[in-house]
Design a protein around this ligand. Structure first.
Ligand code: NAI
Length: 216
């Protein structure tokens, strides 16, 4: 199965399907109808049918979806059937929290190195990875197979660090620094901004509060 022809909107929704299907698998569920999945995920059944139709005729009438098959196929499209080696740049609060999170590895994202400039942190071990200094990074990248770099360092140092990583051949950056990175076309950047998510929460909370006031 390849992902040609699958729209970006569907691809964006795939991680959520993957998570739900994974939970169903853990519960031993072998098949599920679009209506049941719809109730669970709070997405309309027609949206689910439309999205999952991209993966062939697995939603047969009267049978529903084959959970293990769909889980595996979506995993392949998301590239989760391979292990990705990741380094973390900036071993402060956020960098250490990411390095400590066990579930990434279960999904195939293995932290192989953590780097910082603060000598106080040198050698501290986080889940088996000793924090290294940034001057060790070029040699590390020459001798290790690394696909992803997570940037959890201050914004002011992020652009320069991203440039250096790109020169060293890194093609995927998971950017937590609050800065839009300027990288060549063949480099993929995924920005994560928790504060934007909080702002959306705040907007929805405000709307909810004012709607309730109107009703009173
Ligand atoms: P922190 O101050 O605890 O950690 C930053 C670490 O980066 C420090 O250990 C520092 O020594 C290191 N560092 C500084 N310059 C460096 C360089 N050139 N190379 C390598 N390491 C360097 O900060 P915290 O709380 O961990 O946040 C890290 C970054 O992530 C900040 O830019 C912050 O704004 C951002 N952040 C983003 C969030 C998001 O949702 N996108 C959420 C929380 C923080």
């Amino acid at each position: 199965m390849d992902d040609k022809g699958i729209s970006k909107a569907v691809i964006r929704r795939l991680p959520r399907y993957y998570r739900y299907l994974g939970e169903l698998l853990e519960e031993g569920v072998e098949r599920i109808s679009s209506n049941e999945l719809s109730e669970k995920m709070r997405v309309t059944a027609s949206q689910i049918r439309q999205d999952l139709n991209n993966f062939g005729g697995f939603g047969q009438q009267g049978y529903g979806y084959n959970v293990p098959y769909l889980y595996t196929e979506i995993g392949k499209i998301l590239g989760l059937d391979k292990t990705h080696h990741m380094i973390i740049i900036g071993a402060g609060n956020l960098g250490q929290a990411l390095a400590n999170y066990v579930q990434f590895e279960k999904r195939g994202f293995k932290v192989v190195g953590i780097f910082d400039v603060n000598p106080v942190l040198k050698g501290i071990s986080i889940r088996g990875n000793e924090i290294r200094m940034m001057d060790e990074l070029p040699e590390f990248l020459e001798t290790h197979d690394v696909q992803i770099a997570a940037l959890t360092l201050p914004k002011n140092n992020a652009a320069e660090t991203a440039d250096m990583l790109v020169k060293q051949g890194i093609k995927a950056i998971w950017n937590f620094a609050h800065l839009d990175l300027d990288v060549p076309e063949d480099v993929i950047v995924e920005n994560v901004h928790l504060s934007e998510s909080l702002m959306r929460l705040s907007y929805n909370l405000n709307r909810y509060v004012s709607e309730h006031k109107e009703k009173k």
